[in-house]
Design a protein around this ligand. Sequence first.
Ligand code: AMP
Ligand code: GLY
Length: 418
Amino acid sequence: MKVLVVGKGGRESAIVWKLDQSEEKFEIFTAPGNPFTARYAQNIPIKENDVRALIDFALKEGIDLIFPGGETSIGLGIADEGERRGIKVLAPKRDAARLETSKIWAKSFAKKYRIPTADFEVFTDEEFDDAVEYVKGQTYPIVIKADGLAGGKGVVIANSVGEAINTLDQFMNRRKFGEASRRVVIEKFLKGEEASVFAVADGYRWKVFAYARDYKRLLDGDRGPNTGGMGSISPVILDRTTRSLIEENVVKRTFEGLAKEGLPYKGFLYFGLMLTENGPFLLEYNVRLGDPETQAILPILDYDFGRLILSAAVGKLEIDLIKKCNRFSCCVVAASRGYPENPITGFPITGIEEAERIADVVFLAGVKEKDGQLLTDGGRVLSVVATGDSLEEARRRTYEGLSRIHFEGMHYRRDVGM
Ligand code: AMP
Ligand code: GLY
């Protein structure tokens, strides 16, 4: 069985690592991959956004399944193109992927199917003046979101009218994210703890299989700018009432709504939630697994993840395979100086082998190999993961492992799992 994993980040490193442990005995390919995936897979130099080349390669190589890690190829319609050309792809089609590629579509969908989400208004760039009037009449903070994909940077929490107007100007007039920020959602600020919930679906059936928490802010104590994610833990322990509110009011209504819209969903669906005094609210959908949540989730799954994804891909999801995990996992990301705005890279990385003797695994992300030396090559460089019988144990081993790693300008949060 040949599988092609699309991507090159920490999430894809974790996916490849886990698939390598499967009873399914996959022959794994990664496009484009990184020096970690090269240990278990053949890296193919095709970019994530080159959907045609990915499918051409898959047809030529006799790939049985394409597993896109991130949203890029999914948003570009890799599932539609795969279906057209006869290749199985574990991802939703472009129309269903609007859950992530258009916040306006997602919010309207949530409203239509009574999924709890913050009250919101939508404005296009032609309505800039109306948007300015609107924000003048709000209580603060408020949340402004670019409609389209913005690499995790399209959400601003504005604390004053001035900041809100400035953000609207950046997004709508100056097109900070191009076409993606021509339209915006302005929504009420919600207070609470965040949680990430992950479901897998086969086009017909679906099931929640993991709860995690992502540490999105750059600095300790949830300060600093939002990032792609600086660390994660799994599971997040929630009481039974909260879990059932999530699964009934958010997850179930979403999959039932998709079916009613004629958009059967295949692949992973990630619900970003705020657990408020008034119950769980949907913040966002992602049509994929999370990065770095995946790095924490996969090491504690004690069933065959490879078998799970194959069953989803062929439309026969093995729901009974999914079991509660009994262990805890902690993942801490080491980032380059300057991340997320302008990471400075190209520095040698040392101590990975030693770190892996203490923690469980070091998943590489923004790393390249030159003359046998690993060099930093991106904002999020690597993530260290350890598991344990308690979160404290997992956390202690993760940080102990991380302390052996060094590169110039290395930055990480010290409060993941606290
Ligand atoms: P999103 O991409 O929509 O999940 O937004 C990114 C991050 O912004 C979330 O993980 C939250 O930390 C924050 N956020 C988004 N929407 C809200 C909201 N309505 N209230 C408070 N925080 C929010
Ligand atoms: N951890 C956030 C994301 O994957 O979007």
